[in-house]
Ligand binder design. Structure first.
Ligand SMILES: C[S@@+](CC[C@H](N)C(=O)[O-])C[C@H]1O[C@@H](n2cnc3c(N)ncnc32)[C@H](O)[C@@H]1O
Length: 282
């Protein structure tokens, strides 16, 4: 499957989504989510991409550099790109503190400002999955990867904890833009195979879990996410002052967290499932 529906996403719609999503990811404290829960994922993706010193690497949806910084520390020549300048600013500071050198550039995954084949490796750690027009974003990832280069994408699965979290939020969340696809679909291997199609070879997909031991209860996790995680903040804003619905959502989220906590290790840690995909650009 190599067709691209890019022509069907009007420029005004892309611009509206860009503005909305930039504000969403700048809200709360996403770097705290990294520090408390998902910091382990960046190095996993970097290792899977088998970076060699001096290779040019683009990180798409890099945020505050969870994957981009370890890639730079491994000796790669890295561009960290993201829609949200506030997160790139945090990344710059984190990189400086660790002595990592890389470039930070604002870019929409749906319209990457780079020439065809510009990078040896293009990767995305729970990043491109949040660009709602999947085929358009996938086409862009492949376009800027050189022939014979590598693509690496790490995404939450639909059936894992974050996938279930998004399913729980969905009835309460603002309606998605027309034509948008849900983020955790990028965690479905057959969906990713369709997106990348015959433009890649040696596609390897592996389901793994991240152990998160920061939260003692579902309610604690929910309250942390309510303060720090943009998609959750946007959902509660959409519920507004409907106290009954807000309480219902509170209860559903706490129950979800508790289910994952008690399901593993006697309640002190939880496993968040993700899909790790690597492939070679033909
Ligand atoms: C869950 S965060 C992941 C950040 C980082 N890769 C990490 O592992 O912590 C999702 C990131 O995707 C970015 N993002 C969302 N939509 C995007 C788009 N259309 N283009 C580029 N980045 C986007 C957000 O700004 C945010 O930094």
């Amino acid at each position: 499957m190599t067709t691209s529906p890019s022509a069907t996403v009007p420029a005004e719609l892309l611009e509206t989504v860009r503005t909305k999503h930039r504000a969403l990811w700048a809200s709360g404290d996403y770097p705290a989510v990294v520090a408390n829960a998902v910091a382990g994922l960046g190095p996993v993706l970097v290792e899977a991409c088998r970076l060699r010193p001096g290779e040019t690497v683009l990180d798409v949806g890099a945020g505050s550099g969870n994957a981009a910084i370890p890639a730079a520390l491994a000796g790669a020549d890295v561009v960290a790109s993201d829609l949200t300048p506030e997160l790139l600013d945090v990344g710059r500071e984190l990189a400086a503190a660790q002595g990592a050198q890389l470039r930070w550039e604002q870019a929409d995954a749906h319209a990457l400002p780079y020439p065809d084949g510009a990078f040896d490796v293009v990767m995305s750690c729970i990043g491109v999955m949040f660009a709602p027009f999947h085929q358009l974003a996938a086409d862009e990832l492949l376009r800027v990867t050189r022939h014979g280069g590598r693509v690496g994408v790490l995404s939450w699965t639909p059936d894992g904890f974050i996938g279930e979290l998004f399913a729980t939020l969905r009835p309460y969340a603002p309606p998605p833009p027309p034509g948008a696809q849900p983020p955790p679909l990028w965690g479905d291997e057959s969906h990713v195979r369709d997106l990348l199609g015959d433009r890649v070879r040696h596609l390897h997909a592996e389901t793994r879990t991240l152990t998160v031991d920061r939260f003692a209860s579902g309610a604690e996790l929910r309250d942390f996410f309510k303060a720090a995680y943009g998609p959750m903040i946007a959902t509660y804003r959409n519920v507004g002052d409907d106290a009954e619905r807000a309480q219902q959502l509170d209860e559903e989220l706490a129950a979800l967290g508790d289910r994952y906590l008690t399901g593993h290790d006697g309640g002190s840690s939880m496993e968040w499932e993700y899909l790790l995909v690597t492939a070679e650009r033909r």
